[in-house]
Design a protein around this ligand. Structure first.
Ligand SMILES: [Zn+2]
Length: 160
């Protein structure tokens, strides 16, 4: 079975590449029910957080700081829900998980992008995992661009 996270790489129109470091890559999630929702995944195939190296963990912290700062700058995120589940991998036997962290910004206010209004109806509580908003491609890419600009990330591949 091909690992779906390894096959995300390096970039697709749904999982838009936002930022990468030596060990980690950040992509925009297709579901933008909470605007700026993204996924931070380890570049190597590793299935258990306990098996990450000290170097990878230190760099993870750096990336967390960068993403939180960018989402505050881009959309005024109020707080962040970070989670690492990997539940879906275990629907298969044998399982083949790959470490990925969900970076989910939470908002005490609406965010408007063009004529789209993003809300956080469960603010102050866990978000609804079944609430799905797939923004039009143009809006999805605007969201990605705002985050990239806030990070100051330049994807050099686009300039080739
Ligand atoms: Zn993988």
């Amino acid at each position: 079975m091909v690992c779906p996270i390894c096959s995300w790489s390096p970039d697709t129109s749904d999982y838009v590449l936002l930022y990468e470091t030596r060990y980690w890559r950040v992509v925009l999630a297709p579901n933008q029910c909470l605007v700026g929702r993204c996924v931070l995944h380890l570049k190597r195939h590793c299935g258990d957080v306990a098996d990450t190296t000290p170097d990878e963990l230190l760099e993870w912290l750096t990336v967390v700081k960068i993403i939180e700062s960018a989402l505050r700058t881009a959309f005024g995120a109020t707080l962040f829900n970070w989670s690492c589940y990997m539940n879906h991998s275990y629907r298969e036997n044998p399982s083949d998980p790959h470490i990925h962290w969900w970076a989910v910004p939470r908002y005490n206010h609406q965010v408007e992008i063009d004529d789209w209004v993003f809300e956080d109806p469960q603010f102050g509580n866990p978000y609804d995992h079944y609430r799905w908003i797939k923004a039009p491609t143009e809006i999805h890419h605007q969201i990605a661009e705002k985050i990239r600009q806030a990070i100051g990330y330049i994807d050099f591949r686009e300039e080739r």
